[in-house]
Ligand binder design. Structure first.
Ligand code: PLP
Length: 380
């Protein structure tokens, strides 16, 4: 049995997404910009997906723009917002644990005249809204905060921070990377109080290659891609109708089962936590976050070695964040992990298809690998 516990890296497309994708590859293959019926049908498909996503976010369809991935969304809105709203105000605030797509934009902006203020979690591993609010001032143009951290599942107080910031400094533009929260926990624009938001399809059981940027009505973002003026001139380039159709289908599939899924993840986390407590060499690094991402460390065993050992039993996990390809992003250290713990950390992330039986097999194989690898290391 394949036990895939790397759903924060990417997910297996659901049946509904594959069906929608296939329809667009075989029959509904027109270009949404074409004037004939095939074009019109393709355009209708794109608009249907846009409605599904707008309805899930609780926003207007005109505020949803399709991109190629969340990285593109984030690059467009962060650079675009800084360009438009940061002409005189040069301070940008973000968390110290953002995904590389935000981190690298911040690096770029800092090289282009902006002052970036990084807010860290406190000693208890929690982010506090006050820390962001206290860092803001009249010179702040932009704040970017992720909703759910991709390495340990920590939930950041986005709504509380953005609401307070907007009361004090109504002109600050607020962006949220909601990639690891969307369709798993409630993600509503009104509750987050954000102006900009990034989403990715492949984290929610749709294929890789499409994402969304939410841009609040009235906010002006200079597009990154110029050309044919598709997506209401926000993102030129022919829309990937098959991928967009699959994205919308995945949202429609998840919307009615989201609450049940969350309960399922709670059960899975509790089950695995109890199971792992049988082995004193295994530590859960963070237990206050979303129940579908767990960060654990195995004493003395480098994560990459453990990952490849588990792989031999068709068990797939991640070492830290998938995007960093084994390279430490420094995020776990930000949460207080020492270098040895960070180096022996595994990220486990569940899907609606994960079962307690799979987790039992995982725990059994993990314990076995820990014993074998420890004895090899101790003999050296
Ligand atoms: N933001 C977070 C929190 C992520 O986990 C990821 C992907 O791992 C991204 C952004 C980037 O998403 P995409 O692969 O669609 O560019």
């Amino acid at each position: 049995m394949v036990i895939y516990l790397d759903n924060a890296a990417t997910t297996k497309p659901c049946d509904a997404a594959i069906k929608a994708l296939n329809e667009c590859l075989t029959e509904n293959f027109g270009n949404p910009s074409s004037l004939h019926t095939l074009g019109l049908n393709a355009q209708k498909t794109v608009e249907k997906s846009r409605r599904s996503i707008a309805s899930a976010l609780g926003c207007d369809t005109s505020e949803v723009t399709f991109t190629s991935c969340a990285t593109e969304s984030t690059n467009t809105v962060l650079k675009g917002a800084a360009l438009k709203y940061g002409k005189r105000k040069k301070k940008i605030i973000t968390s110290s644990v953002e995904h590389s797509s935000v981190r690298e934009c911040m690096k770029y902006l800092s090289e282009n005249g902006f002052e970036i203020v990084y807010i860290s979690p406190r000693k208890d591993g929690t982010f506090y809204a006050e820390d962001f609010i206290n860092a803001a001032d009249e010179n702040t143009c932009l704040v970017s905060m992720m909703l759910v951290n991709n390495e340990n599942g920590c939930i950041l107080p986005v709504g509380k921070t953005f609401k307070a910031l907007k009361r004090k400094y109504p002109e600050i533009i607020c962006h949220c990377d909601a990639v690891q929260g969307f369709m798993k926990i409630p993600v509503k624009i009104r509750e987050l109080s954000c102006d900009l938001l990034s989403l990715s399809a492949h984290k929610i059981y749709a294929p890789k290659g499409t994402g969304v940027m939410y841009i609040k009505k009235g906010i002006i973002i200079h597009p990154l891609l110029l050309g044919g003026g598709q997506e209401n001139k926000q993102r030129s380039g022919t829309e990937s109708v098959p991928l967009i159709a699959a994205f919308g289908a995945a949202v429609d599939f998840l919307a009615p089962i989201m609450k049940n899924n969350l309960e399922h993840y709670e059960k899975l986390r509790n089950h695995l936590t109890e199971k792992l407590s049988e082995n004193e060499n295994i530590k859960i690094n963070y237990d206050k976050g979303v129940p579908y991402i767990m960060s654990i460390s195995v004493k003395g065993i480098r994560s990459e070695i453990m990952l490849h050992t588990l792989e031999k039993s068709e068990i797939y996990v991640s070492s830290g964040s998938a995007c960093s390809k084994g390279k430490s992003s420094g995020v776990l250290e930000e949460f207080g992990a020492d270098a040895l713990t960070a180096d022996s950390t595994l990220r486990l992330s569940f899907s609606y298809e994960t079962t307690t039986e799979m987790l039992d097999i995982f725990a059994e194989k993990l314990f076995e690998a820990q014993r074998t690898l420890s004895s090899v290391i101790n003999k050296k």
